[in-house]
Design a protein. Structure first.
Ligand code: FES
Length: 112
């Protein structure tokens, strides 16, 4: 089973092939959300961008980003409350599925 390691938190989980990073985070006891977004997120629908993680190792062991993931978290005009764009090396924890061992680091909003 693939191992997902959460850098900087000394936590990891073994998950079935095809599990999401979000599911691995739950199994490891890692919260991918910060502040009010612990409650106010899309709960894995790939819409809010709050579960974003930086991939440290094993990007090739994740599924390719889908249409929803490529567009989540992008500014949607002046009314957007989303501050973070799609940065290189980052994935949505709820959309990236694990195919092999990976090391990721949660990108909490209050960390910038
Ligand atoms: S939980 Fe909202 S995009 Fe992943």
């Amino acid at each position: 089973m693939p191992r997902v390691t959460f850098a900087g938190q000394d936590k990891e989980a073994e998950v079935a092939v095809g599990a999401s990073i979000r599911q691995a985070a739950k199994a490891a006891g890692v919260c991918l959300y910060s502040g009010v977004f612990k409650l106010d997120n899309c709960h894995g629908l790939g819409l809010c961008g709050e579960c974003r993680v930086r991939v440290i190792e094993g990007e090739e062991h994740l599924t390719e980003p889908g249409l929803r993931e490529r567009h989540a978290g992008r500014p949607r005009g002046r009314r957007s409350v989303v501050k973070r764009g799609n940065e290189e090396g980052e994935r949505l924890g709820c959309q990236a599925l694990v195919l092999g061992d990976v090391v990721v680091q949660p990108r909490l909003r209050d960390e910038g």
